[in-house]
Write a protein that binds this ligand. Structure first.
Ligand SMILES: [Zn+2]
Length: 250
């Protein structure tokens, strides 16, 4: 339960120190039932990512990767955004959130209505052919393990596998947004994996405040910490921010 005073302080900071940029991680998607990968009991505890989800392993044996990821990818439509996703979309629509950087690959921010989104680790919507680069959109993935393109080439999801470089344009955009924001709202990420780990310190070096919404404090070393699930805290915070802006002089 977040103290009213902390919520008020965070809302005031967001209005007083624009623009606001958000950084989200697995925590917000977990509240929508998306299976987590790194946490205890997560996918990577059962399946060694070096064997199943590294780019080297994929090149050697793509069927192995598809054997564990196929169901999840094909059922992506079954997952719905939660009130945390919706609150961020609402802030963007109200002109109070400039950009959203996410480590998530599930597309739930876009489903919630967010438009200005950088997906650091790619996404599960798009699948492309390693031979001819043709793109397929989930759930219209050809059958087979691994699924194959009409040309016979192997299909790979447009997600960043272990050992694979991040998409350069996404990384560049994330660094630029972090350096240019007045407040960075960090939600549901442990902020341990690069480059997300360095975004809070980059924001702070450029004079921004870091506001964190999480079940427990992460490595982000936030100026303001709002403890609790994103689906509970973000709607409260969004309502306070909208009310705060009404009070603020134009
Ligand atoms: Zn092809």
């Amino acid at each position: 339960m977040v103290a009213e005073s902390t919520l008020g302080e965070a809302a005031a900071a967001i209005v007083a120190r624009p623009p606001l940029v958000a950084l989200t991680g697995a925590g917000i998607s977990a509240e929508s039932g998306i299976p987590t990968f790194r946490s205890p009991g997560g996918l990577w505890e059962k399946f060694d990512p070096a064997v199943y989800a590294s780019i080297e392993a994929f090149r050697r044996d793509p069927a192995k990767y598809w054997s564990i990821r196929g169901e999840f990818i094909r059922n992506l439509d079954a997952y719905r955004p939660n009130p945390g996703h919706l609150a961020l979309a609402e802030l963007e629509a109200a002109g109070l959130l400039r950009h959203l950087i996410t480590q998530n690959i599930d597309g739930l921010h876009q489903k919630a209505g967010s438009r200005s989104v950088t997906e650091l680790h790619g996404n599960l919507r798009e699948i492309f052919c390693l031979a001819c680069r043709r793109r397929y959109l989930a759930p219209r993935i050809p059958p087979g393990t691994p699924p194959r393109c009409d040309c016979g080439g192997v299909l790979k999801p447009n997600t960043v596998l272990f050992g694979e470089a991040l998409p350069p344009a996404a990384l560049e955009r994330a660094l630029r947004e972090a350096a240019g924001c007045g407040c960075l709202l960090v939600v549901g990420t442990s902020a341990l994996v690069q480059p997300a780990a360095s975004l809070p310190s980059i924001a702070r070096e450029h004079g921004a405040w870091v506001i964190e919404v999480n079940l427990e404090r992460s490595a982000a070393a936030a100026e303001l910490f709002l403890e609790g699930p994103a689906g509970v805290v973000l709607p409260q915070l969004a309502a306070r921010v909208l009310a705060e802006r009404e009070k603020a002089p134009r």
